[in-house]
Design a protein around this ligand. Structure first.
Ligand code: MG
Length: 231
């Protein structure tokens, strides 16, 4: 993505950012209670129609996330950056009994929407919402939240935090051999320092999955899957 296209995207009035409350209200109105798939579909319809600068992973990259999540079949997972809970619903619906997805969200208003959406999807018992910043919360995951290791990590928050937070997860002994880390938006807006790190660090085996930016087929984006090869 060159800077010219990037600035054009941000200044294009046709591509508005979504109102998070309206997005969730739409999902509750048009999605069926207890049916995650219909809820996700209603949110995708809303975003394709009204909100082409949304921050949720969207349907195209969403199906890739689905397959990576199902392939790892985690018992304990975390997402860094939940926004309104779209990806939380996407992933939590595949958790087996006793499985848990921790949703870390910095914005308390967004966190309330996550709870509302996930509850409507019937998945509230499978998630734990933590409000705070990743640099503060990651070091507390073991002692405060009783997490031993994370089988699956979905990184989708501030791009500049991808690399330091991954390193923090390693330092805090939260990854095990075979833990899968999936990062969104590695091409757009882009996370070059993160990619440089996971693609060259011997502790990881990394693979890129090409797709496009959420609800913007003309803008290249993708997910980076990195398998932890350490202890
Ligand atoms: Mg994203």
């Amino acid at each position: 993505m060159d800077s010219k296209i990037s600035s054009e995207l941000l200044s294009d009035p046709a591509f508005v950012a979504p109102d998070p409350e309206k997005m969730v209200a739409h999902a509750l109105e048009h999605g069926k209670r207890g049916d995650p798939t219909s809820i996700l579909k209603s949110m995708d319809e809303y975003c394709w129609k009204y909100a082409k600068r949304s921050m949720n992973i969207g349907d195209a990259k969403g199906v890739i996330l689905d397959s990576l999540f199902k392939e790892r079949d985690p018992k304990v997972a975390i997402e860094l950056g939940s926004f309104v809970g779209y990806s939380a619903v996407r992933m939590a619906r595949f958790l087996k009994d006793g499985g848990k997805l921790y949703c870390l969200e910095i914005n308390p208003e967004y966190a309330k929407l996550v709870e509302k959406l996930v509850d409507y999807a019937g998945l509230l018992d499978k998630i734990c919402i933590i409000v705070g910043t990743s640099d503060e919360v990651i070091p507390t995951l073991k002692a405060k939240h009783g997490i031993d290791k994370l089988d699956f990590v979905f990184i989708d928050h501030m791009k500049a935090l991808y690399k330091p937070d991954l390193i923090s997860l390693i330092k805090n002994d939260l990854l095990a051999k075979g833990s899968v880390v999936v990062a969104d938006n590695v091409i757009y807006p882009g996370a070059p320092e993160y990619l440089e790190y996971v693609r060259n660090e011997p502790l990881f085996k990394s693979t890129f999955f090409k797709s496009h930016l959420e609800y913007r087929p003309e803008v290249e984006d993708g997910l980076e899957k990195s398998v932890f090869l350490g202890k």
